[in-house]
Design a protein around this ligand. Structure first.
Ligand code: URA
Length: 268
C-alpha cells in the first residue's frame, strides 16, 4: 500500500468537487448515531420561559403610583430636584423593563416653548437626554430653521425607554404625568408643542388621530386645573423621517406656533 500523499489527495478532492461530487457515500449506509461515533446534535435548548407578568405587575397600582409621583413632584422646588425625584421614583413599570436610566429633559430652564415627545428611544436611553437620536437631530434642524434653538425645553410623556420602542401605555403616561406637569410649572413656558400622537393624546386627553389634531390650537390643562397653556400637536420627527413628504405639514405647524410665540402679548 502506498503512503497517502496529502497533496495528491487534495488535488483529487478538488477534481471531484469540480465535477460536482460534494459527498462521499458508502454502498451500505452506516448508522453512525447508533454506532455512537457521532454525537447527535442536542435539540435546541428551550428558552427559559419568561413568567407571564403577574396580575399585580400587569395591573399595577396606577392610582397609588400617581399619588406618589404627585407627592414627589410637588416637593421638587427646581428642575434639578425634579430630575432627582424622577430618577428615584419606582412607580413607572418601564423603569424595570430594561431602561438604562431615567431620561428627563434638555434645553433652557426658562424656555418660552416646551416640547413634549412620546418617550426615550435607544439613543436617548444610552445618553440620558431626550431627542438626541436621528429623530431628535431632525427636530433640532427644524427648530433651528424656525429660530427656536435655545428657546425650548424638551421632555417626554414617559422618562424610561419602552422596551423595543413600543408606544408607552396610557397607564405609564399617567404615572409620569405629575412630573411633566411639575416641569411645566417650573419652566413656566408660554406654550406647548406636543410631538406625535401619543404625546398629543395623553396631554390633551383626546382620541383623534394626529393628522386631525396637528396644526390646531388646544388648551392644555393640568390635572388640578390650576395651570392652562395653549398647546399645538404636530407630527413626530420619526414619522417625518419615514414620510419626508409630510415635512411640509410639520413645518407649517412650526411656523404657526412661532408666529404666536413671537406675537407681542396684549396689554404688556
Ligand atoms: N422620540 C421621542 O418621542 N422622544 C425622544 O426623546 C426621542 C424620540
Amino acid at each position: 500500500m502506498t503512503q497517502a500523499d496529502p497533496r495528491a489527495a487534495e488535488s483529487l478532492l478538488a477534481f471531484w468537487a469540480e465535477a460536482g461530487v460534494d459527498a462521499m457515500l458508502l454502498d451500505e449506509a452506516v448508522d453512525r448515531i447508533e454506532a455512537g461515533r457521532i454525537v447527535p446534535p442536542r435539540p435546541p435548548e428551550r428558552k427559559a420561559v419568561v413568567p407571564a407578568p403577574t396580575a399585580k405587575a400587569q395591573t399595577p397600582d396606577v392610582q397609588g403610583a400617581v399619588a406618589e409621583a404627585r407627592r414627589l413632584a410637588g416637593e421638587a422646588q427646581d428642575l434639578d430636584a425634579l430630575k432627582a425625584a424622577i430618577a428615584g421614583f419606582d412607580g413607572c413599570p418601564l423603569k424595570f423593563e430594561g431602561a438604562r436610566q431615567a431620561v428627563f429633559s434638555r434645553g433652557r430652564v426658562d424656555a418660552p416653548l416646551m416640547i413634549v415627545g412620546e418617550g426615550p428611544g435607544a439613543e436617548e436611553d444610552a445618553r440620558g437626554e431626550p431627542f438626541v437620536g436621528k429623530a431628535g437631530q431632525l427636530l433640532d434642524r427644524m427648530l433651528a430653521a424656525a429660530g427656536l434653538t435655545d428657546r425650548v425645553f424638551i421632555t417626554n410623556t414617559v422618562f424610561w425607554r419602552p422596551p423595543g420602542n413600543r408606544t408607552p401605555t396610557p397607564q405609564e403616561q399617567a404615572v409620569c404625568q405629575p412630573f411633566v406637569e411639575r416641569a411645566i410649572a417650573l419652566v413656566a413656558p408660554k406654550m406647548l408643542l406636543l410631538v406625535g400622537a401619543p404625546a398629543a393624546k395623553s396631554m390633551l386627553k383626546r382620541d383623534e388621530g394626529i393628522l386631525s389634531l396637528r396644526g390646531r390650537w388646544f388648551e392644555w390643562r393640568s390635572e388640578s386645573g390650576d395651570l392652562e397653556l395653549p398647546a399645538m400637536p404636530t407630527l413626530h420627527p420619526a414619522f417625518l423621517l419615514r414620510q419626508p413628504a409630510a415635512k411640509k405639514k410639520a413645518w407649517s405647524d412650526l411656523l404657526t406656533l412661532t408666529e404666536r410665540l413671537d406675537r407681542p402679548e396684549r396689554g404688556g
